[in-house]
Write a protein that binds this ligand. Structure first.
Ligand code: FDA
Length: 296
């Protein structure tokens, strides 16, 4: 990270939420489920699929987890009633993973059951490294009964071993670089190593006939994914690209125009602040150009 980007990153931590909101708008559908439905309809009309995510990460009691569980079920019902080309993304901490594993399992089972009744796929997002073991274990335990997948992070040193360990069953992963700040012992810090590990993991997953959501806006990785898709002779419905709402719409159009399927991650909700801060830290240039415009 350049000195400028580091400074902007520290600056973002200090600006008031009302200011972050101005920059964050592009990454979020809006505060309500209706916003996610509206944005999904627009994206579906443009030929993209979506995965809908209810924002909210820091739950402190059972009632809050149940609120988010019920909201996730409402998302499933909206996907069904509006006939959207969409699925659900879910965070285990929001379901109570850090409060009680039993509570978390109870909540996600209710969501998985409703999703199964409606024939909708659910993906469990991957959070920081304190959640990796639990997330992969839950995926392993439920993958036969329900139509679910989870996420692998290419910056994690363990990921290639995790792929091997999980290879005794159905494999459905979103592959991303990883967004949380992790120590060097746990995660590669060098951009080039993360990229190399991404293509290494992707090729390993293709060899194992996994279904992969290729989640990146890094055109270098988009290129290598396309190369591997050709080399392994994958059909259009055997993988998908994935991108975040509000990021590099031109690349989204390029991927779609090349005949690939692409899914956009569409977050909505009132708890938009931590998600938006992560996104802005990924793209300090947004703040830079705004400041330049302001100072001009
Ligand atoms: P990189 O960060 O190198 O970005 C490549 C280019 O994309 C940049 O040069 C810039 O042009 C553009 N770009 C990237 N971020 C931008 C932004 N915020 N605003 C504007 N432009 C931007 N992580 C995780 O740990 N767990 C998870 O479950 C998920 N889930 C997930 C779902 C989906 C659909 C995506 C696309 C990503 C995730 N991630 C994630 C986030 C992921 O780990 C990673 O942090 C981001 O995708 C950024 O990495 P890239 O591969 O895009 O490369």
């Amino acid at each position: 990270m350049s000195l400028f980007n580091k400074s902007v990153s520290m600056f973002i931590d200090k600006v008031p939420p009302s200011t972050v909101a101005v920059f964050a708008k592009r990454y979020i559908a809006g505060p309500n489920l209706e916003d996610a439905v509206r944005v999904t309809k627009q994206l579906n009309a443009q030929g993209a699929m979506t995965t809908i995510d209810v924002l909210g990460e820091f739950v402190s009691n059972k009632e809050e987890t149940e609120h988010f569980r019920d909201l996730a079920i409402k998302v499933l019902e909206a996907i069904d009633s509006h006939q959207l080309d969409a699925n659900l993304s879910l965070k285990l901490t929001q379901m109570g993973l850090k409060l009680s594993k039993a509570l978390c399992l109870d909540n996600i089972e209710k969501i998985f059951k409703r999703a199964k009744e409606l024939g909708i796929f659910v993906r469990i997002d991957m959070e920081d490294s304190t959640c990796t073991d639990d997330t992969l274990e839950i995926y392993r335990n439920y993958r036969d009964e329900f139509n679910i997948g989870t996420v692998l992070q290419a910056y994690m040193r363990r990921t290639i071993n995790d792929i091997e360990k999980l290879s005794d069953g159905r494999l459905n992963f979103r592959l991303c670089k990883g967004i949380y700040i992790e120590p060097r012992k746990i995660a590669y810090q060098e951009k080039d190593i993360v990229r190399d590990n991404y293509t290494y993991c992707l090729e390993t997953l293709f060899k194992k006939k996994a279904y992969v959501g290729i989640a990146t806006h890094d055109e270098y990785l988009v290129f290598h994914a396309e190369r591997l898709i050709r080399e392994y002779g994958l059909k259009r419905n055997e993988y998908e690209y994935q991108m975040l709402l509000g990021v590099d719409e031109e690349l989204r159009e390029i991927i779609l125009s090349r005949g690939h399927r692409l899914r956009v991650y569409v977050p909505f909700g009132r708890d938009w602040l931590p998600y938006s801060i992560r996104r802005l830290k990924e793209n300090p240039n947004l703040i830079k150009s705004a400041l330049e415009g302001y100072l001009r």
